[in-house]
Unconditional design. Structure first.
Length: 411
C-alpha cells in the first residue's frame, strides 16, 4: 500500500493545513449550506406537494454525476504538470464552477434548471474535492495524516453546518441567500486555492495509455486490494445512513415532530449548531489520539457504534428534544469518524503516484453517500415512514463496523 509522498522537498505543513482547512470551510459553507438548507426550502416554496420526491431526485442525479466525476478529476490532476502544480489549477477551477452553479439557483424556478444546476455543482465539487484530498497523500507524512484529516473534516462540516446557521438569515429570502453563497465561495475560495500551488513540472510523468486501458485503470480489484474495497464499502454505507437523516432534517421536523414550516425553519439552525458542536468536540481530539496511538480502525468502530446508537432517541421520543439528543450523539460519532477518515484512505492506496485517481474513487463513497442519501431516504419515507428511516441509519452504522473489521494493512 502507498504511504510515501511524491515530493522530495519538505512541505510547510502548517501552511498546508491552514489552506486545507480554509478551503474545506469556505467551499462547504457555500455549497453545503445551500444544498442542505436553502434548496429544500426553495423546492418547498415552489411545489410543497412534491418536495420529498423532487429533493430525492435532485440528490440521486447529482450523485450519479459525482460518482463519474470524482475519479476522472483525480486522474486528470495526477497527470497535470504545470508551474502552478498538478492539483491547485483544478481546485481553483472547481471553486469558480461551484460559485457559478450556486448562482444559477438564485434565478431558477423551473425544476429542470434546478436539476441541471445541482448536477453541475456536483461535477465542479468533484473537480475541487478529488485533487484537494490527493494533496494529503502528496505532501503529508503518514504519522501526521490523522491531524490533517481531522482539520479537513472539521473544515468541511464546520462549513456545512456553519453555512446553515448563517443562511438561516435568508429563510424568507432564499434567492438572495443563493447569491450570497456564490459570492462568498468565489471571493474567498479562489485565492485560497492559489496558496496550494507547487511546481509539478519535474515530477515523473504518467505513461500514456489508450482510452481502453485508461478506463480499465479506474477499476481497483477487490481481490488484489481488499483493504481498499473494505474502506470504500464502509465509508459508503456509514455516510449514506448519517446523511439520510440529516438531509431530511427540515422535513423531519415538520412531518415527524409536528412543527409548522416557519417553526421548523427556525429550529433547524439550532439543531445544526448542536450537531456542529458535537462534531467539533470529537474531531480534533480524535485525530490527535489516532496519531498518538497509530491506530485508525478502532476510532472508526467506536464512531460507527455511536452513530448507530443515536437513532434510539428519536424512535423513543418523536419530539424536538429527542431529535436534538440524537444529533449530539451522532455528531460525536461522526466527528470521531472524520478525524481519521482521510488518513485511513491514504493508507490503503495501491500506488502513491495515482493518489488523485484512487482517492477520487474512494471519494465516490463520500460524495455518492451524501448525494444518494436523499433519494434512498425519500424512498424509505414514502414506503415506511420516518421511523423506518432511523432504522435504516442505525443498520448502516452497524454494517460499517462489520466492513471495517477485515482491514489488515491499517491498525
Amino acid at each position: 500500500m502507498a504511504t510515501s509522498t511524491p515530493y522530495p522537498a519538505p512541505v510547510r505543513l502548517g501552511r498546508l493545513m491552514a489552506a486545507y482547512f480554509g478551503l474545506q470551510l469556505v467551499v462547504n459553507m457555500s455549497n453545503g449550506g445551500a444544498a442542505t438548507y436553502l434548496l429544500p426550502l426553495w423546492l418547498e416554496d415552489i411545489d410543497p406537494a412534491s418536495k420529498v420526491e423532487r429533493y430525492g431526485l435532485v440528490g440521486t442525479l447529482a450523485a450519479v454525476c459525482a460518482i463519474i466525476a470524482q475519479p476522472v478529476w483525480g486522474a486528470v490532476s495526477d497527470r497535470t504538470r504545470t508551474r502552478w502544480g498538478r492539483r491547485a489549477p483544478w481546485i481553483g477551477a472547481g471553486v469558480v464552477g461551484i460559485a457559478l452553479c450556486v448562482a444559477v439557483f438564485s434565478v431558477a424556478r423551473a425544476f429542470p434548471l434546478i436539476l441541471a444546476a445541482a448536477c453541475g455543482t456536483q461535477i465542479f465539487y468533484s473537480m475541487f474535492a478529488a485533487p484537494l484530498t490527493a494533496i494529503v497523500a502528496d505532501r503529508t507524512p503518514v504519522e501526521r495524516r490523522g491531524m490533517v484529516s481531522a482539520l479537513g473534516g472539521a473544515g468541511a462540516y464546520l462549513g456545512v453546518l456553519g453555512g446553515v446557521l448563517a443562511l438561516s438569515l435568508f429563510a424568507q429570502r432564499v434567492q438572495t441567500g443563493f447569491a450570497a453563497c456564490a459570492a462568498f465561495c468565489l471571493v474567498l475560495g479562489a485565492p485560497l486555492a492559489l496558496t496550494l500551488r507547487r511546481d509539478s513540472r519535474l515530477l515523473p510523468r504518467e505513461p500514456q495509455l489508450s482510452w481502453r486501458h485508461e478506463l480499465r485503470s479506474f477499476w481497483v480489484s477487490p481481490r488484489r486490494h481488499p483493504d481498499f474495497a473494505w474502506v470504500f464499502a464502509a465509508r459508503l454505507v456509514l455516510i449514506t445512513g448519517f446523511w439520510g437523516i440529516y438531509s431530511f432534517l427540515l422535513y423531519l421536523l415538520e412531518d415527524y415532530c409536528g412543527l409548522d414550516q416557519d417553526s421548523a425553519a427556525a429550529v433547524y439552525p439550532l439543531l445544526s449548531a448542536a450537531l456542529l458542536a458535537a462534531i467539533l468536540a470529537a474531531i480534533v481530539p480524535g485525530g490527535w489520539i489516532s496519531d498518538r496511538l497509530g491506530r485508525r480502525k478502532v476510532v472508526v468502530i467506536v464512531a460507527s457504534a455511536l452513530i448507530g446508537a443515536s437513532v434510539i432517541f428519536p424512535l423513543a421520543s418523536p419530539t424536538v428534544p429527542g431529535v436534538a439528543i440524537s444529533l449530539v450523539v451522532a455528531g460525536l460519532g461522526y466527528g470521531a469518524y472524520l478525524s481519521v477518515d482521510q488518513a485511513l484512505m491514504t493508507q490503503v492506496l495501491p500506488a502513491a503516484a495515482q493518489a488523485g485517481k484512487q482517492l477520487g474513487i474512494l471519494n465516490i463513497a463520500q460524495a455518492g453517500g451524501q448525494m444518494l442519501a436523499p433519494g434512498i431516504a425519500a424512498t424509505v419515507i414514502k414506503v415506511a415512514g420516518y421511523r423506518a428511516l432511523f432504522g435504516f441509519a442505525g443498520a448502516a452504522a452497524l454494517a460499517a463496523i462489520v466492513l471495517v473489521i477485515p482491514i489488515r494493512s491499517v491498525r
